[in-house]
Design a protein around this ligand. Structure first.
Ligand SMILES: Cc1cc2nc3c(=O)[nH]c(=O)nc-3n(C[C@H](O)[C@H](O)[C@H](O)COP(=O)(O)O)c2cc1C
Length: 354
């Protein structure tokens, strides 16, 4: 039986959060209370991805999803990247070495091993695979559907939602402007849309019957109820789980989320070359106007700066992805966060979920 959102006893997904936060324990904790844990694959090798899928299952978790990046082309030339690298070199601390502009050995490497990860997910017959930054190919859709794997696509516009449905998506993750982390725009140089999530959701669910999951800025039960009432079948939360003990979030990032010195989030290309929302800090301001929209090259170039910031415990140069609701995150166990969120939301619903 192919997975559907109706199977969930709690219509809440633990959003995929690559780069550390979404551990296998976090995935299992969210699924364990009746929600759906999502395992990210970005920055992990296909072998590591297969190992993590096995580890989630070893924790007794049957129902969960896997998220894969679809890294496309960009229009930034080598010269612009070299100029940007020079700027980084002159700004970096003396003990930090910025690598050469990456010359990815193969498309596979540049594309974060997309094809191999699709094969891993199909072979493992995971219940759901969601794609971010673009559409899966037609043949990948066929391969996954053959193995009874449901397919989701993260979209930020009604047009992209239609394209995803035409490609064969079984569900849509509709990501709004308040979301933490990367926006799933299909081109890295696109300004991410600012249409409020309830409006975008109503537009999409008004014209398409494909079930939608709403993501972005959820800070409490009222938000969950509002999004379900606006047409979502489920809601996805990321930032709200970042401080839970199961999450692999860096200590510096956790601390900044509570630090009164950090008051706001902003969307930036500065760390990765793609628009992403994070806690506003100095690196974002300094590099706001000079960073080319070139993912993943920029991400590779800034890697040593981010690693050095973590070593030096300097929150001003670390990418601390978070949505606008970051102040609502607590350090309670993830299962409790999800069950409490739902217990607060359910009585507020005005629209029947059946
Ligand atoms: C630290 C962090 C890492 C993220 N990594 C991914 C990822 O690997 N894949 C993805 O599709 N979305 C990623 N996102 C976006 C989330 O899946 C989701 O859209 C977002 O967290 C929802 O907004 P919220 O953080 O306000 O709840 C990430 C978000 C955060 C905060």
């Amino acid at each position: 039986m192919t997975f559907t959102l109706d199977e969930l006893s709690i219509p809440i997904l633990g959003a995929p959060m690559a780069g550390g936060p979404s551990t296998v324990e976090l995935v299992a904790a969210v699924s364990g209370v009746g929600g759906l844990g999502m395992l990210p694959t970005a920055y992990a090798s296909p072998e590591e991805t297969a190992r993590r899928i096995g580890a989630v299952r070893e924790l007794g978790c049957v129902r969960f999803g896997v998220n894969i990046f679809v890294v496309g082309e960009h229009a930034v030339g080598r010269e612009a990247l070299e100029r940007y690298r020079d700027t980084l070199v002159s700004a970096a601390p003396d003990d930090v070495t910025i690598p050469p502009v990456p010359d990815f050995g193969s498309d596979d490497e540049r594309q974060d091993h997309y094809a191999a990860k699709v094969r891993v997910a199909a072979d493992a017959q995971v219940p759901l695979v969601t794609f971010t930054f673009g559409l899966p190919s037609e043949s990948d859709v066929a391969v996954l559907h053959d193995r009874d794997v449901a397919i989701g696509v993260t979209v930020t516009t009604a047009d992209d939602a239609r394209r995803a449905v035409d490609r064969g998506a079984d569900l849509l993750v509709v990501q709004g402007p308040d979301a933490g982390g990367h926006r799933s725009t299909f081109r890295p140089d696109e300004q991410p849309p600012t249409q409020p999530l309830p409006e975008l959701l109503a537009e999409i669910t008004g014209s398409l019957s494909t079930p939608a999951v709403a993501a972005g800025g959820v800070a409490g039960g009222t938000d969950v109820a509002r999004l379900l009432d606006a047409g979502a079948r489920a809601v996805s939360v990321g930032t709200l789980l970042l401080r839970t003990p199961e999450a692999g979030t860096k200590a510096l990032h956790r601390t900044a989320m509570m630090d009164p010195a950090f008051t706001t989030t902003a969307v930036t290309w500065a760390y990765s070359g793609r628009p992403a929302r994070g806690i506003a800090n100095r690196f974002m301001t300094d590099f706001a106007d000079v960073t080319p929209a070139a993912y993943p090259e920029v991400n590779t170039l800034t890697g040593p700066i981010r690693a050095a910031a973590e070593r030096a415990e300097d929150p001003q140069s670390l990418n601390m992805w978070a949505g606008t609701g970051f102040r609502a995150a607590t350090d309670r166990p993830a299962g409790e966060v999800v069950t409490e969120l739902w217990s607060r939301a359910e009585p507020l619903l005005t629209r029947s979920r059946s």
